[in-house]
Design a binder for this molecule. Structure first.
Ligand code: PMP
Length: 352
């Protein structure tokens, strides 16, 4: 049969996200979702919106939600771009700021979507190795040819790069765009958003999927200088003027405005993270210092693959990435305290 695929479709090497098992009573610690439900105000806002006019298109400019996000960060509406999850915001950013023929830099190990986008959009890239302790070697990201992208905290290592170093990377790439993917920043010390007014080459990308417990609603956003945001809007309007539906807009707005609930659930996750880290260490695991809602851990006496498989048989899902390049590590999302107690008990039997 004739190959009817375009060269772009042939080039695509899709990223495969973690499993979403359609099964009850599993303990799901594999895709960094929030173990708590979204704020009750989110449910209220979505229910209200359902009663309104779903017959009509949503606002293509998304002013309301952009304004709420801007207010939360002390920015202007013009500094905010919204997309269908931060994966989509990342895709638009690759298209808007990176170019074929100009090499971009990102770390190795990092979020495995970056090489997927780079290949798809014909952008050459260099994977900069991490230091042996899994931290980022900042100077290796200076003077890039085509721009820089990295998550902070990094995924899946969970390690946070202090803001002064992030700033150094931005300062040493003034002619290029530096994208900081802050999917997990609400579990870390501080965001680079405070640098956005100072550096016109800095784009910060965040998501409602983790700390706001809205992975199912698909809302991500970018914060940056108005020129950068205009470029993203131009890309969006060339593909899909309405990436966010009315329900997602209403829910995300209620989530960003409910500070108290956000604080309460985030703090619970941080307390559980400290407890889980101690328990894993007591079982002999090496656990990297986490600034995220997951931990990245390795056991000196047992293969990561075996730990993953044995847990899976007991209906507990964690993330195992395969042998390369992460070798013997597994990634474990922080669930509720009760889930984590069950997890520690089971993993203790496996490695014990
Ligand atoms: N960036 C990083 C580093 C992530 O781990 C994820 C979640 N897999 C995302 C972006 C995308 O998140 P979402 O599309 O749900 O906003």
């Amino acid at each position: 049969m004739t190959n009817l695929w375009s060269s772009m479709a042939q080039r695509a090497e899709p990223y495969i996200p973690g499993e979403q098992l359609n099964k009850e009573n599993i303990i799901k610690l594999n895709t960094n979702e929030n173990p708590y439900p979204p704020s009750p105000k989110v449910i209220e806002a979505i229910s209200k919106e359902v009663g309104k006019d779903l017959r009509l298109y949503p606002s293509p400019t998304m002013e309301d939600l952009r304004c709420s996000i801007a207010r939360y960060y002390g920015l202007e509406t013009e500094n905010v771009f919204i997309g269908n999850g931060s994966d989509e915001v990342l895709a638009f950013s690759f298209m808007a700021f990176f170019e074929p023929g100009k090499q971009i830099l990102f770390p190795n190990i990092t979020y495995s979507f970056y090489p997927v986008y780079a290949k798809l959009f014909h952008i050459p890239y260099k994977e900069v190795p991490l230091n042996s302790d899994f931290t980022v070697n900042v100077e290796n990201f200076f003077h890039s040819d085509g721009g820089v992208i990295f998550p902070n905290p990094n995924a899946p290592t969970s390690i946070y790069l202090p803001l002064e170093y992030v700033e150094k990377i931005v300062q040493n790439n003034r002619e290029k765009v530096v994208i900081i993917d802050e999917a997990y920043i609400d579990f870390a010390p501080e965001s680079a958003v405070k640098l956005v007014n100072q550096y016109d080459n800095l784009l910060v990308i965040q998501t409602m999927s983790k700390s706001r417990a809205l992975a199912g609603l698909r809302v991500g956003f970018a914060l940056g200088n108005e020129q950068l945001i205009q470029a993203l809007i131009r890309m969006k309007d060339s593909f899909n003027s309405y990436p966010i539906d009315r329900l997602a807009m209403a829910g995300a707005k209620a989530a960003i405005e409910d500070q108290a609930y956000f604080k309460e659930t985030t703090e619970k996750i941080l307390t559980t993270r400290t407890w889980v880290t101690k328990q894993l260490e007591a079982l002999g695991f090496k656990v990297l210092p986490s600034s995220t809602n997951f931990v990245f851990a390795s056991h000196p006496e047992m293969a990561a693959e075996k730990i993953y498989e044995e847990l899976r048989e007991k209906d507990m899902l964690i993330r195992y990435f395969g042998k390369e390049p992460i070798d013997n590590f597994v990634r474990i999302t922080i669930g509720t305290r009760k889930e984590m107690e069950q997890f520690i008990e089971t993993v203790g039997e496996i490695v014990g």
